[in-house]
Structures are given as structure tokens and as C-alpha cells.
Design a protein around this ligand. Structure first.
Ligand SMILES: [Zn+2]
Length: 294
């Protein structure tokens, strides 16, 4: 089943909520990057969050980059999304091997470490992109994103992300949600929200049980008057193509291209996001060199 995001509002539009069901999308990312379970969970949580955060952007051409800079085995996870919720991403160490944590869960927090940083870059079509950064709280990603929203955007948020891995290493269930009350919301609504989200089951179990995004919204906002606003398909999608790679090579400049031609006589460029390989032979490189000259 295709991955999707459901958007809802509650408490007279005082609360907005986004639930993403991303089992397919995260499995696609796992296959592309050949990740082992801890990395699958870490990358899956990150792209699920980025997909929702991108979907939250208002402008059609807006883009969002979510970067996790880890302090342990996982040094870097990058996810780029847009306002359609489509996302691409990669992880620096797809083969990280770590034991389970004391709760018997994949130790994403241990693999990323607490002393890292989280960065959000929003390209809203303005001269300069918006860049926000915060310290990681646990390395478990959901808490870290909630902390980012609080400290960097002064936006209280409830964030949950979860990836369940099957015995064969594939993705069994994956999803996430972000709940955000309006900044000027009444205290009693915040109290009711805290109460509602206290005992909700892990998002990955709810997805695994076959609950839909709409079901999950009603469950996590129990007691609220909930309105489902829309539902949209999302996917892991890379936007690289040979034209973009050629442009990047041309932008290396004359001397750099010359030395590649003299030393290697060919070039292989691999897209970090989707692992597509682009090969250039000597003649093609000479063409690019001529373009760099003009
Ligand atoms: Zn690509």
C-alpha cells in the first residue's frame, strides 16, 4: 500500500495534527541504501519526519532539509522533502551494528548519540533559506524534533516516530505523527492534549495492526472533536538526473575537469540520495570541459 499523510484539525482549529503511514516509503529507502536494522530505523524515522515537515510547508515550491548530526556510529542522516511530502534521504553508516537497548528495542539513540545536533533548513523561495538548529536530546529523533520545534521555533509539539523491522530485516510497519497546538491556545486544551497522548501505543504498533491514518488521528486525539482535512500520497523520490549531474561537473571548473580527464579519463558520480550511478567517458568529459570554458 502506498505511503500517505493525513492532516487533521481539532479543538476548533486550535490543534493541527499530521499522521504519516510510511511502511512502503521506508522499505524503499532500505532497499536503495541496503541498510541494516538500526540504520533502517534511524533513516526511516528521519525521512518520515521530513516528509511530514515538508508537507507542513505552505508554498508549492518550498523545500525542507532535515539533518541529524550524530556523535556516535551514525555521523549523519540527511532527508530532503518538499510541500508534496515526497522525500529523499541517506545515512552515513548504513551498516551500523548495535545491540538492542534495555527496553529490547533497536538502539537508534545509542547509534546516534546524545551529543549531536539537529538542523532544519527551509528554502521558502526567499533570498536566504531559514536555518534552525538545536542540540539532540536523546538521539531517538522524535524527541529531538519536538525539542527543535520548542527551542528553535517556540512551537510546542508532540512528535512520535516508529519503524518496526521484520525478522528478515525488511520494514514491517512504519509511521509517525506530529501534533501542534496553536501558540496562543488555552491552557485547558494543552492539559487535555497532554492527557490524551499519555497512554497511546507506539505508532509502529498501530500501523502494524492495520490502523489507517484517520483511525490513528482519532485515537491519539481521543476526546477531541477531530476533523480530517486531507490525505495525500507520499513516496521516497529522488530528483537527480544526468542533466543535473552534468551541471555539477561543469561547475567544478576548468582546471578540476582537466585534472579528472588527465588522471582518470572517466568519471563515475553516485547520487548520495538514491545511489544511481552516472558514468562519463573521456569524450563526454571533454564536452563538459568545453562547456566550463565558455
Ligand atoms: Zn538521486
Amino acid at each position: 500500500m502506498a505511503s500517505y499523510i493525513v492532516r487533521g484539525i481539532a479543538a476548533n482549529k486550535n490543534i493541527r495534527v499530521f499522521v504519516a503511514i510510511t511502511t512502503d516509503m521506508v522499505e524503499k529507502a532500505r532497499r536503495i541504501h541496503n541498510t541494516l536494522p538500526v540504520a533502517t530505523a534511524a533513516l526511516g524515522r528521519t525521512i518520515t519526519a521530513a516528509s511530514i515537515m515538508g508537507y507542513m510547508l505552505k508554498g508549492e515550491k518550498d523545500k525542507l532539509t532535515l539533518q541529524i548530526m550524530g556523535a556516535n556510529e551514525i555521523k549523519s542522516i540527511v532527508a530532503v522533502s518538499d510541500s508534496t511530502g515526497n522525500v529523499k534521504g541517506y545515512i552515513s553508516n548504513p551498516n551500523v551494528k548495535l545491540a538492542f537497548n534495555e527496553k529490547g528495542k533497536l538502539d537508534v539513540g545509542g547509534a546516534i548519540g546524545k551529543n549531536g545536533k539537529l538542523r532544519v533548513i527551509k528554502d521558502l523561495g526567499l533570498k536566504e533559506p531559514y536555518i534552525g538548529q538545536s542540540n539532540l536530546i536523546s538521539g531517538e529523533i522524535a524527541e529531538d524534533i519536538a525539542a527543535y520545534y520548542m527551542y528553535s521555533e517556540q512551537q510546542p509539539s508532540v512528535v512520535s516516530l516508529g519503524v518496526l523491522i521484520d525478522v528478515d530485516g525488511s520494514v514491517k510497519a512504519s509511521g509517525g505523527f506530529i501534533i501542534q497546538p496553536l501558540p496562543e491556545v488555552k491552557e485547558e486544551i494543552l492539559v487535555q492534549l497532554e492527557e490524551a497522548v499519555k497512554d497511546i501505543p507506539p505508532i509502529s504498533s498501530m500501523v502494524d495492526e492495520g490502523m489507517s491514518g484517520e483511525d490513528i488521528i482519532r485515537k491519539i486525539l481521543k476526546g477531541f472533536d477531530v476533523e480530517i482535512v486531507d490525505r495525500t500520497k507520499v513516496d521516497f523520490k529522488c530528483d537527480c538526473d544526468s542533466e543535473k549531474i552534468e551541471k555539477a561537473l561543469v561547475s567544478l571548473g576548468e582546471s578540476e575537469l582537466k585534472s579528472i580527464i588527465e588522471e582518470d579519463e572517466k568519471a563515475e558520480i553516485v547520487c548520495h540520495f538514491c545511489n544511481t550511478r552516472y558514468n562519463f567517458n573521456k569524450d563526454e568529459l571533454i564536452d563538459l570541459l568545453n562547456r566550463a570554458k565558455s
